[in-house]
Design a protein around this ligand. Sequence first.
Ligand SMILES: *[C@@H]1O[C@H](CO)[C@@H](O)[C@H](O)[C@H]1NC(C)=O
Ligand SMILES: *[C@@H]1O[C@H](CO)[C@@H](O)[C@H](O)[C@H]1NC(C)=O
Ligand SMILES: *[C@@H]1O[C@H](CO)[C@@H](O)[C@H](O)[C@H]1NC(C)=O
Ligand SMILES: *[C@@H]1O[C@H](CO)[C@@H](O)[C@H](O)[C@H]1NC(C)=O
Length: 477
Amino acid sequence: MLLEYFIFGLSTFLMRGAQCEETEVFAEVGSQAVLPCKCNPSSPFIPSIVWSKANKGTVWRKQKSGLQYWGSSWSSKGTQRIQCPHGQFERGDFHLQINNVMGEDGGVYSCRVEHRDQVTVNVVILRIIEVSVSSSVSIWGNDVSISCNVTPWPYGASVHWMLNNSPFVPQTENASNKDTTKSVVREKATARLAGNWTCVMDYKGKEGRASAALTVKGIIHPSKDNTQVYAALASAITLPCVFSPGLIPSNLAWEKLKPEFLFKPAPSRLPASFSQSPPFSQRPFDKSATLKEVGFEDAGRYRCSGTIEGQRLTRNMQLVVAKIDSLSKKTGSVTLTCQLTDTSKVTDYEWVHVIYDLNGTQSVRSIQKGETLIINKVSEEDQGEWTCRFYGKEGILGNVTYNIQLMSGLSGQKSSGGSHNTAAVVGLGFLLLVLLLILAQMYKNHQRRKRIFQYPALETIVHTVSNEREQRNQLKK
Ligand SMILES: *[C@@H]1O[C@H](CO)[C@@H](O)[C@H](O)[C@H]1NC(C)=O
Ligand SMILES: *[C@@H]1O[C@H](CO)[C@@H](O)[C@H](O)[C@H]1NC(C)=O
Ligand SMILES: *[C@@H]1O[C@H](CO)[C@@H](O)[C@H](O)[C@H]1NC(C)=O
Ligand SMILES: *[C@@H]1O[C@H](CO)[C@@H](O)[C@H](O)[C@H]1NC(C)=O
């Protein structure tokens, strides 16, 4: 190849009076390439122009008489891919345009302009640049390679990659990625790799660019493992597991992972209120599950998995349950504490009081920051919904609400109701006691009478004893 260029260059150079210049031109596949050719407009006459390509002969030619000739291989479906705009000729510009360039258009071109006795030769090296992706739609986790191809290859050029307009830094430590030419990127497909890939090539002060799009399919929501899902105690929650539209996973499974197996998760039982989406839903790629009523013990790690084209895709997520603990004291103060099963991502708490006016419109009043809220003396104004909002680095994570009833009124009612009851109980008890005493007295009397009838002799003895005592007393006197 090199030798061919050399001979081609030499042969053009050897023509009489030639001024030789070499220009590098990059063009992306499918675009229009512009090959420059400039001469001093020393003569008012239109010169003869010949554009030719190494090994392919004449591309386009215009004789002094004005006669034009197109190379046979430059038209497709009856339309010429090449053009030399006449409008610029007077200014000495004889550039050649090639539309819809292909890889095989790359190579060495020469432009030969002949004015009477002066010949100018421009040499242009056209390099066609193209980015190709091993498969433009890749399944998450599969190997994917993105390559930058240039024909002819510019030896010594530097290559770098842009992904969605920012420089791409390979993450996988792979020897092939450290290749000095860096013309091929090999990675495992993840969402991070999805987008518009641009290969930027610098060579001899010229820059070539080409782009290609890569789509990565898999579980798109949640897009990352160990995503946290926040739920208020006793609320209903959806555990997301959404595949790319069009994907229908087989062998779908939901599992709850035991916390003690942090490194090698083992499945444990799913909560009672857990339900999977029906298998034949309108969105067969949406495999989200729901918990109708979240319990505090439902917190933990869950895993959704499904098979796509033989590749097992999984997504782990963590359910964090939030609740409010309340502590009311006799003094009338109430302490509310916002409790989460995992606070590792929580940076801030905010307490708001939700107020509804007569029309039912809701308004929110921010009260304070911090995990704990103390209301010293609960008044009528404080009744209603108290919401603890919790925030992470990227904004609100969730909220949990506690309802303060009209404490004073309610406790008053309660206590007064209680006193009524005690009065009734005391009264009833008294009555019962009286009744019991009467009964006991009656029983005692009855028993006594019974004893008297049983032992009539005993009574006479008692009588005689007492009579004798009386008689003795009388004698002493
Ligand atoms: C490194 O590249 C090779 C192919 O060149 C591939 O088989 C291998 O999986 C890659 N390694 C990693 C860690 O991506
Ligand atoms: C990709 O990026 C390049 C350069 O930033 C841009 O020219 C091209 O239009 C983009 N392609 C797509 C499909 O977004
Ligand atoms: C309730 O609605 C009425 C009419 O819709 C309006 O005039 C009034 O100001 C509202 N009251 C409050 C407290 O928003
Ligand atoms: C609590 O979260 C729910 C659901 O995101 C939202 O609709 C509601 O407005 C939030 N409440 C407050 C007071 O922020």
